[in-house]
Design a protein around this ligand. Structure first.
Ligand code: UDX
Length: 446
């Protein structure tokens, strides 16, 4: 099939590369001309494992091409995917200008029938708005092409985008048009093992809401576990044991139960906010989601609270080694990262910070600049030199099995604040290092 993909961000680019790998002829468009120029030379605008090789393979095979020309992309292929960003403001109001700009362009340039697929996360009713814009543009120039609009939300995660694209748990297709359903079913059939169970066809509004409900559920699980971690810490229980205890119940399942420094990233917080805001406008008060947001906000301050307790309120002039900045491992994405909250609090309290992150330092630097006292370090060990204590914020593999003896001999007052509960408290303490986890019974703030 020939596919046009509008948007070369995490989702658009991963999707485009995977579709090219599957043998389709893919033209990927983005309004950012410098991003497109880079991609044409195989330069990646973001860090995503496996994606660079896949893009290079697609380029070499001639199956993946990039363009900044909206008109050319609007004319390309049978199915046109809208995968542009849909930011939400602080209130949760979603900005659909990029989605509508693509719809307008397709309506202005398309010279034959097409299926347009909304893949961007967008509020319920957006597909209908896209359809109205297309109809309006077509009628203005007297065109009579049939353009069906479908919804096909994307559930891939940063850090495992390629794998998630190749092997989705399920594919949601929101459409009423039989030709659109047929085309999307054909397109996705090779990516699932059991199409009868994994291809879920539904109406467009349900498909749009499915995406928000999925992210809201994931955020709820995390905030719930962070709240249980608080209970565990006070009660002298270990949240890691509790996680295993409940995750083995098939009704609950083991995933997304990891207590930690709070959830970050470009999606969970934004989508919870947008869902709550949209419901609010309809006169519905979403009490659970309000609590999920409030709990996450508080959780991002948790590591700082543990440190304040450890230093008995006197953090000024202390030097904190910080391992990890990205909102999760295997990405350079700093959007809504819990590390940003920790940095701001440490600086406000007068602390110095020495950080290392395998990929996110350039992005972090662009956000925080030299606002506080910070040293950007090339290695995890470098960040430890001269520091009082160590905090782990992002569980990159390189941080998972450190030499505790070396940490003990390097830190001035050896203590580890484990914001992702990756270390074994017994092993850490046996090395002569004080251990603080999130909701581990051995930690303070009981
Ligand atoms: C999320 C959704 O998972 C994905 O389906 C959707 O398409 C986009 O949003 P992403 O933001 O890439 O994906 O990362 P995810 O793996 O969901 O992690 C989000 C945040 O939650 C991270 O900060 C992570 O550290 C945190 N998290 C995740 C926890 O604190 N505990 C967990 O158990 C899982």
């Amino acid at each position: 099939m020939k596919l046009a993909i509008f948007g070369a961000g995490y989702v658009g680019l991963s999707f485009a590369a995977c579709m090219a790998e599957a043998g389709h002829d893919v033209l990927c468009a983005d309004a950012d001309a410098s991003r497109i120029e880079g991609l044409q030379q195989g330069q990646m605008p973001l860090h995503e494992p496996g994606l660079e090789a896949l893009v290079a393979e697609g380029l070499a095979a001639g199956r993946l091409r990039f363009t900044a020309d909206k008109c050319a992309a609007s004319m390309h292929g049978d199915v046109l995917f809208i995968v542009v960003n849909t930011p939400a403001d602080a209130e949760g109001e979603v900005d659909l200008q990029h989605v509508m700009a693509v719809a307008r362009s397709i309506g202005q340039h398309r010279d034959r029938d097409a299926v347009v697929v909304c893949k961007s996360t967008a509020p319920v009713g957006t597909a209908e708005q896209v359809e109205a814009v297309l109809r309006d543009e077509l009628s203005q120039r007297g065109a009579v092409h049939r353009i069906a609009v479908a919804v096909n939300p994307e559930f891939l995660r940063e850090g495992s985008a390629v794998r998630d694209c190749r092997q989705p748990d399920r594919v949601v297709i929101g459409a009423a048009d039989p030709a659109a359903i047929d085309l999307l079913t054909q397109l996705y059939a090779p990516f699932v093992t059991d199409p009868t169970k994994q291809l879920l066809v539904m109406d467009r509004r349900s498909a749009e809401l499915t995406k928000y409900a999925a992210n809201a559920m994931l955020a709820t699980r995390i905030s719930f576990m962070n709240e249980m971690a608080r209970v565990a810490g006070h009660a002298g229980a270990d949240i890691e044991m509790v996680r295993r205890g409940i995750g083995s119940d098939r009704r609950i399942g083991p995933d997304f139960l990891q207590a930690g420094a709070g959830y970050g990233g470009s999606c969970l917080a934004k989508d919870v906010r947008a869902l709550r805001h949209a419901a609010d406008r309809d006169g519905q008060v979403l009490r659970i989601l309000s609590a999920v947001e409030a709990a996450n906000h508080e959780q991002k301050g948790r590591l700082f609270d543990l440190m304040t307790h450890h230093f008995e309120g006197d953090i000024a002039h202390k030097t904190i080694a910080l391992w990890g900045l990205a909102f999760k491992p295997d990405t350079d994405d700093m959007r809504d990262a819990p590390s940003l909250v920790l940095l701001e609090r440490l600086w406000a309290a007068g602390a110095r910070v020495q950080v290392h992150d395998p990929a996110a330092m350039p992005n972090a630097r662009a956000i925080v600049g030299e606002r506080g006292d910070v040293r950007w370090c090339d290695t995890p060990e470098d960040a430890l030199e001269g520091a009082d204590v160590l905090a782990l914020v992002t569980e990159w593999p390189v941080f998972r099995r450190p030499a505790f003896a070396r940490i003990a001999s390097t830190l001035k007052t050896p203590a580890i604040f484990d914001g992702r509960n990756v270390y074994d408290a017994v092993e850490v303490e046996a090395a002569g290092i004080a251990y603080y986890g999130i909701g581990r019974g051995r930690s303070v703030l009981r």
